[in-house]
Design a protein around this ligand. Structure first.
Ligand code: AMP
Ligand code: GLY
Length: 422
């Protein structure tokens, strides 16, 4: 089959890479793709949803996979479904699980899914009153999409009030912040759990752990993620069972009962507090960089997983994973995450180590192909070096051996990815 992937990041590159290894897949298109996805398929310069649907019809594309949240929240799935096209992702209504934190929190409360104690409000007085009932730290979140920046962890009551005030006045995040969620701080360890859902049934992928801070030892500012690994040994069967029974199943049943069955990736941000999984948030797409580690662990053809999910047929799929570990190290530009950096040429050495050649690869993200045919680092997170192995340690070593072969001016990366597991 021919497949279209919507998006431009390392996440979409890694899905494309998995599909190139899949015998069922003939041609892959990316819209818009990045400077390296053109080595896996063809980049399209179409962004309008109807125009994309026209292209899909004209080119016999049987499956479209949506990477990022923005087109989902804007209704790309609705446009494709109206045209009778097969697309993997939630409708705009179902994508509110990520698009609105208030929708998500109220949904969790309606369906008794464990989450932090909270209020949602657009009243500063109500926010103040609730803040005074909580112990510090206190978490204040803008309702809408803020590219991962809409969460403030306030260390004092005054700081929490200030954050609430700035959001509600529209000064901090514009319209996305004019309603807020204030919630208790959960102290535990964080997991990224992904369930591929077809509306009724689901497949849970190996649990991952992301590293959101810029610097080693989880110091420095928050980023989109500086590296991840999977599966994490911090999850056991008991936690998976609780996640299935208390979180994923009530969520799928609840979404169906409310008339918006959920198809796509349910990305569950979990805090494990004293052995109990508590939900921090939902996203409706793969994490980036988590996707870059999960795709290489998939043993079944990627097209089968996504096509069966998109067509409501997961119960007839037997999805298998390799009994291995993957570690991904993000290489970012000099000024990430503060500002953009001038383009820098990327040079990857010829790889002589068989071990690295066979067990490590790059997923390209913020890159552009120059007129000279060379690849340039042009985004914040430039690429991810992914190592696969029989242990986390082996996967980590391979990922870092590859990091050592990749060069661009100003490159930065953490040197401790997967440390929690070692
Ligand atoms: P979110 O966008 O809701 O995932 O929040 C971003 C990050 O803030 C999460 O990945 C957590 O590290 C942190 N966070 C969010 N909510 C809480 C909470 N209630 N308690 C502790 N940390 C939180
Ligand atoms: N890596 C976390 C995210 O994609 O939101």
């Amino acid at each position: 089959m021919n497949v279209l992937i919507i998006g431009a990041g390392g996440r979409e590159y890694s899905i494309g890479l998995a599909l190139t290894k899949d015998e069922n897949v003939e041609k892959i298109y990316f819209a818009p793709g990045n400077g390296a996805t053109d080595t896996l398929g063809e980049n399209l310069k179409i962004s309008d949803f109807s125009a994309l649907a026209d292209f899909v019809e004209a080119n016999g594309i049987e499956l479209t996979i949506v990477g990022p949240e923005a087109p989902l929240v804007s209704g790309i799935v609705d446009v494709f479904k109206e045209r009778g096209l097969t697309i993997f992702g939630p409708t705009a209504q179902a994508a509110q699980l990520e698009g609105s934190k208030i929708f998500m929190k109220n949904f969790l409360a309606r369906h008794n899914v464990p989450t932090a104690k909270y209020i949602e409000t657009d009243s500063l007085q109500d926010a103040y009153d609730f803040i005074m009932t909580l112990d510090t730290p206190i978490v204040v979140k803008a309702d809408g999409l803020c590219a991962g920046k809409g969460v403030i962890i306030a260390q004092s009551h005054d700081e929490a009030k200030k954050a609430a005030g700035e959001m509600l006045s529209g000064n901090a995040f514009g319209a996305a912040g004019t309603s807020i969620v204030v919630e208790e701080f959960l102290d535990g360890y964080e997991l990224s759990v992904f369930a591929i859902c077809d509306g009724k049934d689901y497949v849970v992928l190996p649990a991952a752990q992301d590293h959101k801070r810029l610097l080693n030892n989880d110091e420095g500012p928050n980023t989109g993620g500086m590296g991840a690994y999977a599966p994490t040994p911090l999850v056991n069967d008991e936690i998976y069972r609780k996640l299935n029974e208390r979180v994923i199943e009530p969520t799928l049943k609840g979404m169906e009962a409310e008339g918006m069955p959920f198809t796509g990736v349910l990305f569950i941000g979990v805090m494990v507090v004293k052995g109990e999984p508590i939900i921090l948030e939902y996203n409706v797409r793969f994490g980036d960089p988590e996707c870059e580690e999960l795709m290489p662990l998939l043993k079944s053809p990627a097209s089968e997983l996504f096509y069966k999910a998109a067509t409501g047929d997961l119960k007839n799929a037997k999805i298998e994973f390799h009994d291995k570990y993957a570690v991904g190290v993000v290489m970012a530009s000099k000024d990430y995450p503060y500002k953009s950096t001038p383009p820098a040429e990327i040079i990857v050495d010829d790889i002589y180590h068989e071990e690295v050649k066979e067990n490590a690869h790059i997923s390209y993200a913020g890159v552009t192909r120059g007129e000279d045919g060379k690849l340039y680092a042009t985004g914040g997170r430039v690429l991810v070096c992914v190592g696969v192995g029989d242990s986390i340690k082996e996967a980590q070593r391979r990922a870092y051996m590859l990091v050592g072969q990749v060069h661009f001016a100003g490159k930065q990366c953490r040197t401790d990815i997967a440390y929690q597991a070692l």
